[in-house]
Design a protein around this ligand. Structure first.
Ligand code: BEZ
Length: 187
C-alpha cells in the first residue's frame, strides 16, 4: 500500500524545539488526537477543499477506496479550517495517520485577526496513486454512502466534517452539497 510517511520525515528537517503551525482542513478539524500548544481558526488562500482523494486505510479499503478531502489550487478561493501549533514530534504520529498519499507542504496561513504565519498542510496531489479526482457531487455522495474502512464509515467522516465546518461558521458549498445529496438519498 502507498506510504508517504518516510518521504515526509525525509523532506522536513524541523528543529525539535521549534513549534510549527499545522493547518487542518479535513478530519484534523474535528479529530485532534495529538498534543498541541494552541489552536486557532485560520484559512489558506488559493486553495479549495475537494473529496477527490481515495482512502484505502481509513474510510475505505484497497479494493473499495472511500473518498476523503484534499486541496486543489483555486486562485481567488479561500479555504477555512483550524490551525494547530505543535511541536515537530507530533508529525511521527500524523505522518503515519495520513500516509495514504499525503505529503507535508508549506503554505501561508491567515488567522481570523488577519495575522499571517507560515504553516504546513497535508496535501494529496493528482500524481499520488490513491487520487480519485473529480466527479459530480451526486456521484461522490453515492460513493461515500457505500464506503467503509477501518476507521469507520465514509458517511460518518463527511457528516463530522460538515458539522465541524458549521461549528466554525465556515461555508463550503462542495461539502454541503455532497452532504445534502447523501442525506436526501438516505430518505
Ligand atoms: C486535514 O484535516 O487537514 C487532513 C486530514 C487528513 C489528511 C489530510 C489533511
Amino acid at each position: 500500500m502507498l506510504d508517504t510517511s518516510a518521504e515526509n520525515q525525509r523532506r522536513h528537517d524541523l528543529h525539535p524545539d521549534q513549534p510549527v503551525w499545522l493547518f487542518g482542513y479535513g478530519s484534523l478539524i474535528y479529530k485532534a488526537d495529538f498534543p498541541f500548544l494552541a489552536r486557532r481558526p485560520a484559512s489558506i488562500d488559493g486553495w479549495a477543499r475537494r473529496f477527490w482523494q481515495g482512502s484505502h486505510d481509513h474510510r475505505g479499503t484497497p479494493d473499495h477506496p472511500g473518498r476523503v478531502v484534499t486541496l486543489i489550487r483555486a486562485p481567488g478561493n479561500r479555504c477555512a479550517g483550524m490551525a494547530y501549533q505543535v511541536t515537530p514530534d507530533v508529525f511521527q504520529h500524523l505522518d503515519h495517520r495520513e500516509k495514504n498519499g499525503y505529503l507535508r507542504v508549506t503554505t501561508r496561513l491567515t488567522f481570523s485577526d488577519g495575522q499571517q504565519q507560515a504553516g504546513l498542510i497535508y496535501l494529496a496531489t493528482p500524481d499520488n496513486a490513491a487520487f480519485l479526482g473529480e466527479a459530480s457531487e451526486e456521484h461522490i455522495a453515492r460513493h461515500i454512502a457505500a464506503s467503509h474502512g477501518p476507521s469507520g464509515s465514509n458517511t460518518e467522516y463527511l457528516l463530522q466534517l460538515a458539522e465541524a465546518l458549521r461549528q466554525l461558521n465556515v461555508g463550503d458549498e462542495h461539502v454541503f452539497r455532497i452532504e445534502h445529496y447523501l442525506l436526501a438519498s438516505a430518505g
